[in-house]
Design a protein around this ligand. Structure first.
Ligand SMILES: Nc1nc2c(ncn2[C@@H]2O[C@H](COP(=O)(O)OP(=O)(O)OP(=O)(O)O)[C@@H](O)[C@H]2O)c(=O)[nH]1
Ligand SMILES: [Mg+2]
Length: 298
C-alpha cells in the first residue's frame, strides 16, 4: 500500500522538515487493505504552518485503534494549518492492531524493547514534526480534542496536558473508584514533590512543542512515562498547561495492574530524590532538602 500524496496533510511545496518514514524493528507484514479516503490538502485554503506527529502507543488494541484513528478530526487539523501524520508505536502486538492501523493510513513503528515508555523514548530521536501529540489507543481519550490541545501550545505553554479531572466529563464506568483515588493521590504527591500543581499526572493525552519534548531526559520503561514527563518538565521549569478532556470507557483488555500504580509513586519519589531542579530556581529553599539530604545546587 503506498500512501497517497497529501493523505495526512503534508504538502510538498511547504518548507516543512522532511518526515521520518523509517521503522524500528520489523515483524512479519500483515495483509494490507486500502486506506480510508482522506481529505486532500488542496481543499484547504489556509497555508500549512506547522507539522504535527500524532503518536499512538498500542499493545493489542485492534478494537481501540480503529476508533481512535477514525476520530482524529482531519479537516479541523488542516484548517488549523497543521500538516499531520499518525504513528502507531506498536508493542509487538499479537492481534490485528498493526494491520488495522495501516489500513487506516497510519505509519507503523514496532518497538524493539517492551513497555509504553520504552516505545515512546525509542521513537523520539526520529521525531521531525514541530508538534507532538500522544494519546492511548484504547478509545479512552478524545482525538477530537487534539486541535484544542495543539491550539493551547505556545512559547509560555510548550507542554499541554489533557486533564480528566478538571471537569466532570468522565463516562460512567470509565475509571474504577480505586483508579480515581489512586490517580488523584499520585497527582497530589507529584504536585507536592515537584512544587508544581498538576491535576492529572497520569493522563495519557499530552501535546508538546517537539523541541522541548526532546530536551527532556526521559528514562521511563512502562506506565511511568507520564510522571517521568511531568517530573522532567517540573525540574526544568517548563510550564505545563492543562485542558479539560472527557474520558471514556476502554475497549479491549487493560494492561495496567495495581502494582503499576504503586510503581509510579515510587518512581516519582526516586526521581525527586535523585534530581535537583535545574536553572534559575537553584538556590531557592527546597522543602525536601532536609528530608532527603541535598540542596538545590547543581
Ligand atoms: N507500545 C506499547 N504500548 C503499550 C504497552 N503497554 C501498553 N501500551 C499501550 O499504552 C496505552 C495505555 O495502556 P492502558 O492499558 O490503557 O493503561 P491505562 O490507560 O493506564 O489503564 P486502563 O485504565 O486500564 O486503560 C494503551 O494504548 C496500551 O495499548 C507496551 O508495552 N508497548
Ligand atoms: Mg487506558
Amino acid at each position: 500500500m503506498g500512501r497517497r500524496g497529501g493523505e495526512w496533510g503534508y504538502r510538498e511545496t511547504e518548507p516543512s522538515p522532511p518526515i521520518f518514514t523509517d521503522r524500528i524493528g520489523s515483524l512479519p507484514a500483515e495483509p494490507q487493505a486500502e486506506p480510508i479516503p482522506a481529505l486532500s490538502g488542496r481543499e484547504i485554503g489556509n497555508p500549512i504552518r506547522s507539522t504535527l506527529s500524532i503518536l499512538l502507543p498500542a499493545l493489542n488494541e485492534e478494537q481501540g485503534i480503529e476508533r481512535v484513528i477514525q476520530a482524529i478530526p482531519r479537516r479541523q487539523l488542516e484548517l488549523q494549518g497543521l500538516a499531520y501524520r499518525v504513528y502507531l508505536l506498536d508493542g509487538k502486538s499479537t492481534d490485528r492492531t498493526r494491520a488495522v492501523a495501516r489500513r487506516m493510513g497510519a505509519e507503523v513503528v514496532v518497538q524493539t524493547g517492551n513497555g509504553k515508555g520504552a516505545a515512546f523514548r525509542e521513537f523520539l530521536p526520529q521525531l521531525k514534526a514541530d508538534i507532538t501529540v500522544i494519546l492511548d489507543s484504547d478509545g479512552t481519550y478524545p482525538p477530537e480534542m487534539i486541535p484544542q490541545l495543539v491550539a493551547a501550545l505556545g512559547e509560555r505553554s510548550p507542554v499541554v496536558l489533557g486533564s480528566r479531572f478538571r471537569e466532570s466529563w468522565m463516562d460512567d464506568g470509565a475509571m474504577s473508584l480505586v483508579n480515581q483515588v489512586g490517580n488523584r493521590l499520585l497527582s497530589s504527591f507529584a504536585s507536592f514533590l515537584f512544587r508544581t500543581p498538576v491535576s492529572d499526572v497520569c493522563s495519557g493525552m499530552w501535546a508538546f512543542r517537539s523541541d522541548r519534548l526532546k530536551s527532556l531526559d526521559l528514562t521511563a520503561e512502562r506506565f511511568e512515562l507520564e510522571v517521568d514527563i511531568f517530573a522532567e518538565c517540573a525540574l526544568r521549569h517548563i510550564p505545563i498547561a492543562e485542558i479539560a478532556i472527557p474520558y471514556r470507557k476502554r475497549v479491549g483488555e487493560r494492561k495496567l495492574r495495581l502494582r503499576d500504580g504503586l510503581r509510579i509513586g515510587l518512581v516519582l519519589l526516586k526521581k525527586r530524590i535523585r534530581s535537583p531542579f535545574h536553572g534559575p530556581e537553584n538556590g531557592r529553599m527546597d522543602p525536601l532538602a532536609p528530608m532527603i539530604g541535598f540542596g538545590q545546587g547543581g
